[in-house]
Design a protein. Structure first.
Length: 323
């Protein structure tokens, strides 16, 4: 199956569309990015992914959508305290959030009492109301930008998505400038604003154990979608979330990561910037430059779902260079 650039760009306005289409066009070798040896203990396995224990009271959802099941599509997780449980991400479908809520009850004896959306893309937000099914109480935390974009998107949809709109209309709004702490009882979770992948990203972080739920600021072994990206902020945010101490990073897509994988990711992003600067200075158009761009062997292999994604990254950088 081949797609021209106009058709592909039209279909891939969010990360959800990006990965959904990838299932039909991505070569077998690239699918191995989801087959890496797990850094966690698998406690549940579904067609759409796994739930992995990564520390006491902390679990990561690692979605594996390329078989066609996009119930969750994005990664996320659970963090449990003595009297509350926080879920990370609303996932692609309400069934994904409902599934994680049920697993939370199995693992902790509690449904999620809080859920944080890292950004507005549909694969991270569409299923948010699943945490509030059948009258369940679960406080939604998002930035105002994330809330407004998702609610505005729903308002344009035929037969407005009332449940999701209600969930987000009542969201606890996170700061765009200062970290927020959420007390789960004996465990405090930090929600840190870090724009770049979109205009309003947050990460969800623990100090002990050292764990960072990165949202789509980090893609492990997969080239990221620059569709809503401000590249300089993106690179800066990734550098800023990396810690000096031993840390486990839960990316928005791909397998769990440690410092080595984050360093490789930063090196790859730096090469993209350098390539874009060189071609911009030479007066080469972003699309032509992106189509001939190749990453060096030193940064290792990166799954590239379509040849349009290098041009898209170059276009994002060119927008900044022209300012």
């Amino acid at each position: 199956m081949t797609l021209d650039r106009r058709t592909f760009l039209g279909k891939t306005v969010t990360c959800a569309c990006h990965l959904a289409l990838a299932a039909s066009v991505m070569p077998t070798a690239a699918r191995k990015v989801w087959a890496a040896e797990s850094l966690g203990q698998v406690v549940a396995r579904e067609a759409f992914g796994t739930l992995e224990k990564i520390a006491d009271g902390v679990w990561a959802v690692i979605s594996q959508p390329l078989n066609g099941d996009r119930t969750t599509l994005a990664n996320g997780g659970l963090i449990a305290g003595k009297n509350a449980v926080l879920a990370v991400e609303g996932f692609n479908a309400t069934a994904g959030a409902e599934w994680l809520a049920a697993k939370s009850m199995d693992l902790t004896g509690m449904r999620p009492t809080h859920v944080v959306l890292t950004h507005h893309h549909g694969d991270h937000a569409n299923g948010i109301s699943g945490f509030q099914m059948n009258g369940a109480q679960c406080a939604v935390h998002s930035t105002a930008v994330t809330r407004d974009i998702v609610v505005g998107r729903d308002a344009k949809t035929p037969g407005a998505l009332a449940a999701r709109t209600r969930a987000l209309d009542g969201a606890v709004l996170l700061s765009n400038t200062e970290a927020t702490s959420i007390d789960l009882g004996g465990r405090s979770v930090k929600v840190v604003p870090r724009g770049g992948h979109t205009q309003s990203d947050v990460t969800v972080e623990l100090d002990d154990p050292s764990v960072v739920f990165c949202g789509d600021l980090v893609w492990n072994a997969m080239f990221p979608n620059y569709v809503d990206t401000t590249p300089s902020k993106f690179v800066g945010a990734v550098r800023g979330l990396k810690r000096a101490k031993d840390t486990l990073y839960v990316p928005g897509h791909g397998s769990l990561a440690k410092a080595r994988q984050i360093d490789r990711y930063i090196a790859m992003l730096n090469e993209v910037e350098a390539g874009a600067r060189k071609s911009f200075t030479a007066g080469i158009g972003a699309e032509d430059a992106g189509r001939t761009f190749m990453l060096s062997e030193s940064v290792g292999p990166w799954a590239l779902f379509s040849n349009v994604f290098y041009p898209r990254a170059f276009e994002a950088w060119y927008r900044e260079f022209k300012v």
